[in-house]
Write a protein that binds this ligand. Structure first.
Ligand code: BG6
Length: 488
């Protein structure tokens, strides 16, 4: 079934960090797929920028290799058409040279969308934004996209937002959280707000608790240098997991308009109950992977990958959160994320409450409370676990079954990568799936005390063997409340 596409206006997309890892793994493949889907206007251009002194021809060869590495199948005609729109411009941002090359490349195209994508170290965001401004490159149709990390804490995020905000207006700034572009994350909104049956149950009267798991099997590998300055709390929880939590917990927005959705998410972030030192000790667990086995092979521990004897950086976090508002009072949200875990699974589990009373005889079996499992990856889909009468028994015996909706099997469409949607939304100027400044800062306001208390804590992160579900303390965190992590 072909995907339905929304038109995008013509554009010049300027990618700073054009020879970097993100361009290689995500941006170029996403743009190629949009080309394949005929969504890119005829005269749109992609201008890769970095400090390397190479020609556009050399860059196109590099891009072709990158695409060969990341695409399952290539259509030669489409690829030729795609590469024709790709150019390369050398600018050395740190030395502040080469900007005239970019001015020349962009001249005369003031009428099309001009999108700057900063796929570079955040240290350079300020310098690049100021130079874009001082070289007169900002037009009426300009946008700027930045990647996380947006700051290392609330203060640095605020400073960064101030710097970017001194050059661009908020409606021109697109802060990417690629989780918001994932297909099933979109579906979470459809599930909640396009169906009548969930919303009446979506509160503390009917929901016992919520679990959000983002588990990876990969380690930090070549990113160890960056990762050691971040850790799982900054790298995953501050953005991806809190954004997922917001979509589960927010009130119905007035419309899908960017500010309606972001206003509701902001209210959730502001309602997160802050943790003091004893709250952090009781409600958070941090871990670091040791050597073990992953995907069938032996793997090194974090410290070996990092090449150091010591580090207190966490590669795993589990936390119990409370949302202090009318809808969610008394409903814990359990979050966990980690590297080198047993399986690659991202999912949201809505656990409904037990029935108030059973009318069935004891030998009918246990009645399990309903569960809604929203699987983000892999095998995107939604499962609703319900109790039925066991058809193989002549007596009234009860059994749990899953009403299983796997999107791939149902729709037979390729699942677009999050970057495909986000890049096209950004060109169109739709900010619904991008983080607003106040959201980012509110998320840090909840994260900062945890970082502070962990920093004061002399105890290092708890070790866990690669290929397991993290430290045993994570299991204890949920089991002491009489609950268990969802695992299938
Ligand atoms: C990134 C993190 O934002 O998300 C990585 O920096 C992580 O550490 C990645 O591996 C996970 O994304 P995905 O889409 O593979 O689940």
């Amino acid at each position: 079934m072909p995907a339905q596409l929304t038109d995008v206006p013509s554009f010049d997309l300027v990618v700073f960090g054009g020879t970097g890892d993100l361009a290689h793994r995500k941006l170029l493949p996403a743009l190629y797929y949009r080309e394949l889907g005929n969504q890119i206007p005829t005269d749109a251009r992609i201008i890769a920028v970095s400090r390397r002194n190479i020609s556009s021809e050399e860059y196109r060869n590099w891009a072709l290799n990158a695409l060969n590495d990341h695409l399952d199948e290539i259509d030669d005609d489409i690829m030729a058409r795609f590469l024709e729109r790709v150019q390369y411009v050398s600018v050395d941002v740190s030395a502040n040279t080469g900007w005239e090359n970019l001015e020349t490349a962009l001249a005369g195209r003031e009428d099309v969308v001009r999108a700057f994508y900063l796929s570079v170290s955040p240290d350079l965001f300020g310098t690049i934004c100021s130079a874009i401004g001082s070289h007169g490159l900002i037009t009426d149709k300009t946008r700027v996209t930045i990647e996380k990390p947006i700051g290392k804490n609330g203060t640095s995020a605020h400073e960064l937002n101030e710097t970017i905000g001194s050059v661009f207006k908020e409606e021109q700034i697109f802060r990417i959280d690629h989780y918001l572009g994932k297909e099933t994350v979109q579906n979470l909104m459809a599930l909640r707000f396009a169906n009548a049956m969930f919303e009446p149950l979506w509160n503390s009267t009917h929901i016992d608790h919520v679990q959000i798991t983002v588990a990876e099997t990969l380690g930090v590998e070549s990113r160890a240098g960056y990762y050691d300055t971040a850790g799982a709390l900054r790298d995953m929880v501050q953005n991806h997991l809190l954004q997922l939590l917001c979509l589960v917990a927010m009130e119905p927005p007035e419309s899908m308009h960017a500010d309606s959705v972001r206003d509701e998410k902001l209210k959730v972030l502001k309602a997160l109950k802050p943790m003091d030192a004893s709250g952090v000790a009781r409600n958070t667990v941090r871990g670091q992977y040791r050597a073990g086995a992953s995907a069938g092979g032996a793997v090194s521990g974090y410290l070996q990958e990092l090449g150091k004897d010591h580090s207190n950086t966490e590669t795993f976090v589990a936390a119990k959160l409370e949302i202090a508002n009318w809808r969610w009072g008394s409903v814990p949200f359990y979050l966990r994320t980690g590297k080198r875990l047993a399986n690659r699974i991202s999912e949201i589990v809505i656990q409904f409450r037990d029935l108030p009373h059973s009318i069935f005889p004891e030998d009918a079996g246990t009645i399990k409370a309903n569960q809604l499992v929203i699987r983000l990856q892999p095998d995107e889909g939604v499962k609703m676990k319900v109790m039925i009468k066991d058809p193989s028994s002549s007596n009234m015996r009860l059994r749990e079954v899953s009403l299983d909706m796997s999107f791939a099997a149902t729709f037979n469409v390729r699942n677009p990568d999050a970057y495909e949607r986000l890049l096209m939304d950004m060109i169109r100027g739709n900010q619904t799936l991008f983080m607003r400044r106040d959201e980012v800062e509110a998320a840090w306001a909840w994260i900062d005390p945890i970082l502070k208390h962990w920093g004061n804590d002399r105890e290092p992160p708890k070790g866990y063997t690669s290929g397991t579900w993290g430290p045993s303390a994570s299991i204890a965190l949920i089991e002491r409340d009489g609950r268990t992590w969802h695992e299938e």
